[in-house]
Design a protein around this ligand. Structure first.
Ligand code: R5P
Length: 303
């Protein structure tokens, strides 16, 4: 198979290196600079793009809007340089949590971002563990929605014992927790969470047996850590052993996340590299690369 030209956006250097290595290629050398007014200026080498299948990797971590615009600028540059086809790999899709309007007067941010991406003229978009799989319906291009759960399960397996319980920190994570529990052959439980604001949550109870157990808390993403910290407090109150593993696809860890997780006896965090890994965590962070999963998905013969 002819290898694609791989263009790596500035939000994904870690995964970009791993994916290029998995393909056995070097990423296309792009030039990026900021004009004094803050505008981004991009250049791709036309000779590396013309007539080629081009894959652009860019995750939409903070600053979300900037990174999305950079992806679209890269796509426009490649299209104008004569790319034969364009595909986008967006491991973490920002705004995906705005998949419904909780109150009148709110926008549908997830739908808007999917609409914006249609300007990239992508033939196909690849993503991993979307906050709500139903968002696929908003994308104009075919969406390859990949699951990182088997990769996370493999990384977690050595840490599983006969006291492990997989816990969903809210109702939205139940299917994920159930699937992970099945992969690990362990029981699962769920914490009932209510969101008070973008920054604050409270817990309303728990379903399942957790007394004397060691929890693996699993969620699609950790943003400010509020959900996991609240769930951990509930679990401690219900008699869980002080030995928590956090498992997530997208470890954003923004704002007060570290402060909040400080109160949780985190033994280990297992996440993917959909988000550039932070280097300042006070607990062991095991990063599982998405590169092999993406390589398989991007290799049509293997699909
Ligand atoms: C929400 O439904 C998501 O699945 C996560 O639970 C949530 O977005 C995590 O955010 P935070 O870490 O800020 O509580």
């Amino acid at each position: 198979m002819t290898q694609p030209a791989l263009v790596v956006g500035s939000a994904s250097p870690h995964l970009g290196r791993a994916l290029a290595q998995a393909f056995g290629i070097s990423p296309v050398a792009t030039k990026m600079e900021r004009f004094p007014d803050g505008e981004l200026h991009i250049e791709v080498p036309p000779e590396a793009i013309r007539g080629r299948r081009v894959v652009i990797l860019q995750t939409s971590t903070p600053p979300v809007g900037e990174h999305l615009l950079e992806l679209l600028l890269l796509a426009d540059a490649c299209w104008r340089a004569g790319a034969a086809s364009l595909e986008a790999v967006i491991p973490y899709v920002g705004y995906a949590r705005q998949d419904r309007r909780a109150r009148a007067g709110e926008p549908l941010g997830g739908r808007l971002v999917a609409d914006l991406l249609s300007h990239g003229r992508f033939e196909r978009v690849f993503t991993v563990d979307l906050h709500n799989p139903a968002l696929e319906g908003c994308f104009g291009a075919p969406l390859e929605h990949l699951s990182a759960l088997p990769l996370l399960a493999e990384a977690l397996r050595p840490h599983v014992s006969d006291t492990t319980v997989v816990v969903a920190p809210d109702l939205g994570a139940v299917k994920r927790a159930e699937a992970l529990a099945k992969l690990l052959g362990r029981p699962w439980a769920v914490v009932h969470k209510a969101r008070l604001s973008g920054n604050d949550v409270e817990t309303l109870g728990l379903l399942g047996q957790v007394r004397g157990m060691r929890p693996i808390l699993v969620d699609d993403m950790i943003s400010t850590g509020g959900t996991l910290a609240a769930a951990a407090k509930e679990l401690k109150g219900e008699g869980c052993v002080d030995d928590f593993i956090l498992a997530t696809t997208h470890a954003l860890l923004v704002g007060p996340a570290l402060e909040r997780l400080h109160g949780v006896p985190v033994k280990r965090l297992v996440s993917t590299d959909s988000v550039e890994p932070r280097q300042d965590l006070p607990f062991p962070h095991q990063v599982v690369t998405l590169a092999p999963l993406l390589l398989r998905a991007l290799t049509p013969d293997a699909r």
